[in-house]
Design a protein around this ligand. Structure first.
Ligand code: AMP
Ligand code: MG
Length: 418
């Protein structure tokens, strides 16, 4: 298990691009979680901690892909019209034990082992029976309908690389070679706080000055999707000693402390001061919109991220920058999210030299091409926009205007949230 380098997020001196920020985040961070071996049945969503080598061929022996009749292609080549007698039957789990003789066949069911000496299978739908003898159709190819030993997986090959997240198909893949346990990274332990005197929890009675805490719900959901083990540590009042003590305590038994709110320059923004007392905090200036400095820091070996308080700013910042950071800390390999190209349904002017992400809705036009609408307003407190949207439209650094019909990049939430 790696330790974070001391003050690993020490900030780049100048404004950096979104791409540079992502590169620097993955360079600064390292997997901080230990590893464990767990049952395959409990490993969904976990991250593989070492390359996994296949201990066995799949299929383990030649077998049939269909219900049909196995024959020797050499017999068929000589005389495609001649009838065959049926020498026996091979079923999945119950192979035929005989040996092949000229112009005989073995009835074979899907998954049954290929009987010795036979090499090709005709599908049951394609043959005709005459006096208990089988007549084959014309045009059969050598080796047809036979699954070859190791055609899916070869013994000794690397099945999955370290850093792979286990989706259902990977679990089935590991099961197919007989592995009952898998060596994975432990879940990243994340402590989650909101900050603000105005905040109360949903379900509580509100006064006119109260704001219900939505960030913790959004962030806990995102963290769970990313496979983290989340400790919900409630709302911190805007008082320096409270914030400092809570963050210090949480850092002791978590890998990452994540807060929202309280990192601006306002009088009641105590997260900044608390971090400078107990650790390090740096404000990365990234040329993006929605734009805010990204607060990254460290308390001992625990990473710290201070998100903006506005729910949309917190959400977008998490999807774009915290998600890759969490993946790196968790041991996961980072791949850029899948994106679609879509025709813009809007026009806009934009400053060059910064990347913008708009809340967008992707849909498919009647002619089958993709199109992207943008939410009409841009305020970062407007959570309705994220309900309306199904992803983010990314407008690159160098673009200065978009005309309706221009092609833009669309990042679906489903990609950014897993
Ligand atoms: P702050 O970053 O603390 O100055 O907060 C910026 C804005 O976001 C303020 O309007 C806060 O009321 C709002 N805000 C902060 N935290 C939350 C939260 N957890 N849920 C909803 N709104 C929040
Ligand atoms: Mg606040």
């Amino acid at each position: 298990m790696a330790r974070l380098a001391n003050d690993c997020f020490a900030n780049p001196p100048e404004m950096i691009s979104a791409t540079e920020a992502l590169e620097k985040i993955s360079a600064a961070a390292a997997p901080v979680v230990a590893t464990e071996s767990i049952s395959l049945f409990e490993a969904g969503g976990r991250i593989v901690a070492e390359d996994i080598i296949a201990p066995r061929n799949v299929p383990p022996s030649d077998n049939s892909a269909v219900d049909g009749y196995a024959f020797r292609f050499s017999d068929y080549e000589k005389d495609p019209d001649r009838p065959y007698s049926i020498a026996g039957q091979s079923k999945a789990g119950h192979p035929w034990k005989g040996t092949s003789t000229p112009n005989t066949m073995v009835k074979i069911l899907t998954g049954a082992i290929m009987p010795d000496g036979f090499d090709t299978i005709a599908m049951v739908e394609d043959i005709s029976l005459q006096d208990n003898q089988v007549i084959l159709p014309t045009g059969l190819k050598a080796g047809a309908n036979c699954r070859k030993t190791g055609e899916d997986i070869r013994k000794g090959e690397v099945l999955l690389r370290k850093g792979t997240r286990l989706r259902p198909q990977e679990l089935g893949y590991l099961a197919s070679v007989g592995l009952g346990t898998v060596h994975v990274f432990k879940r990243l332990k994340v402590a989650l706080f909101s900050t603000g005197d105005e905040l109360i929890n949903p379900g509580e009675a509100a006064s006119t000055t109260s704001i219900y805490d939505s960030n913790r719900l959004i962030l806990a959901g995102l963290l769970n999707n990313l496979g983290c083990s989340v400790t919900d540590l409630d709302i911190l009042k805007d008082r320096l000693p409270i914030v400092r003590a809570a963050l210090n305590e949480a850092a002791k038994d978590h890998d990452l402390v994540l807060t929202s709110g309280g990192v601006s320059m306002g009088d009641e923004d105590h997260v900044r001061t608390a971090l400078s007392d107990i650790g390090h905090l740096h404000f990365w200036r990234i040329a993006i919109k929605p734009g805010r400095p990204l607060a990254l820091g460290q308390i001992g070996n625990t990473a710290f991220v201070g998100l903006p308080g506005n729910p949309i700013a917190a959400l977008v910042c998490t999807l774009l920058f915290v998600r890759p950071l969490i993946k790196t800390l968790s041991g996961a390999a980072i791949e850029p999210p899948l994106s679609f190209r879509a025709a813009a349904e809007f026009s806009m002017k934009k400053k060059s030299g910064r990347t913008e992400w708009l809340r967008g809705r992707y849909s498919v036009s009647k002619d089958g091409s993709g199109r992207a609408e943008k939410y009409p307003t841009e305020g970062s407190g407007i959570l309705s926009s994220a309900i309306w949207a199904n992803g983010l439209i990314e407008i690159g650094d160098d673009v200065t205007y978009i005309n309706k019909g221009d092609m833009v990049t669309f990042l679906p939430f489903s990609e950014l949230m897993s």
